[in-house]
Design a protein around this ligand. Structure first.
Ligand code: COA
Length: 316
């Protein structure tokens, strides 16, 4: 039987730092309020001449190097983003593939907002288990700063730029595989989180999103553990979407996790939407908190609404 394995992780963090103190000079806010309400201290902002595909390309280089895979063995490139290089086409995945020197393979983007990386896992797992593909490069990449209204203090303090990528490969070893991925969407909430075509700036109603996020994330995390006969004690790390530390704390408490089981990188990067989970996985990997063979639970929520979870053995 063929399983899908999470074979490597890579990320790219743009060099420019936008701190809460910088934001104090741009909107009426202060460091204390932002830290207390969100857990965020700073976020990264891409350069003018860096677009989403550049961030995704740099993250992909790391993921490819760490997987020790020949670029010509990659047979699909899929990118999740809500801040693509172009409005509709060409896709960011096609541009990243070209920068990597990959051609004549399937490449496309998906739109699932902050749940994008979990959706990608689901797609890659299905393609590999069906035998259609063997090595898929999945990328979450965002230059959210270009769709941000830096006069909207309740939204601009949350988001940042960055990218994360992973190679998902076929394996016959279930103990190295992605066990399960859930992905859901429920419409009718357009007004809460959207990017209108006229302004092309993100609009968010944070309070309502907060409540819906806690409920969906908590229920889905519990359900995926139960469905796979795993307990909270089995988990080495819970790596949720880094949207707001208060959301993460509430979900962690609901599942009954110890603080050391919960991955937090939000203070340094803010919410980077589809890039947030792979950036957090990379952060755990580089700080040696995530090791080969660890059982991890990914848990995401985003505009749409979309949400989902991934339960997997890290094989990087
Ligand atoms: N600095 C200082 N004050 C601010 C502020 C800021 N950056 N932004 C809003 N405020 C003010 C509001 O104007 C309001 O003032 P008022 O009581 O005088 O009207 C007060 O703070 C409370 O605002 P509220 O929106 O209720 O705050 P909150 O506790 O809900 O926090 C968010 C706002 C955005 C931080 C929070 O709702 C959130 O994180 N939501 C989830 C967002 C999210 O996860 N989005 C991504 C989903 S993938």
């Amino acid at each position: 039987m063929i399983f899908a394995s999470f074979r490597s992780i890579g990320a790219y963090y743009p060099e420019n730092i936008l701190s809460n103190f910088d934001l104090e000079k741009m909107v009426e806010t202060n460091d204390e309020w932002i830290v207390k309400r969100t857990g965020i201290k700073e976020r990264r902002i891409a350069n003018e001449d860096e677009d989403t595909s550049d961030l995704g390309y740099k993250a992909s280089l790391k993921a490819i190097e760490r997987a020790n895979i020949d670029i010509k063995d990659i047979d699909a490139v899929i990118c999740a983003t809500l801040s693509p290089d172009y409005l509709a086409m060409p896709s960011t995945a096609v541009i990243i593939a070209d920068k990597l020197g990959i051609s004549n393979v399937m490449a496309f983007d998906i739109s699932a907002a902050c749940s994008g990386f979990v959706y990608l896992l689901n797609i890659a797992k299905s393609m590999i288990e069906s035998g259609a593909k063997k090595n898929i490069l999945i990328i979450g990449a965002e230059k959210i700063s270009k769709i941000m209204d830096y006069k909207d203090r309740s939204t601009c303090i949350i988001f940042g730029d960055g990218a994360g990528a992973s190679i998902i490969s076929a394996t016959t070893d279930k103990s190295k595989s992605i066990l399960d991925v859930s992905s859901f969407a429920s419409g009718g909430h357009d007004e809460l989180l959207n990017t209108p075509l006229d302004t092309q700036k993100m609009h968010m109603e944070g309070g309502e999103i907060f409540k819906l996020a806690v409920r969906s994330l908590s229920n889905d995390a519990k359900a995926i553990l139960e469905r796979n006969n795993k307990t909270k004690e089995d988990l080495d790390l819970f790596i949720p979407h880094q949207a707001n530390k208060r959301i993460i704390d509430k979900v962690g408490k609901y599942i009954g996790l110890k603080p050391e089981q919960v991955a937090l990188s939000i203070a340094k990067y803010g919410n980077t939407s589809a890039a947030s989970i792979p950036m957090a996985v990379n952060d755990m990997y580089e700080s040696e908190k995530l090791k080969n063979g660890d059982l991890i639970l990914l848990n995401a929520f985003g505009g749409g609404l979309t949400w989902g979870s991934g339960l997997l053995y890290f094989n990087g």
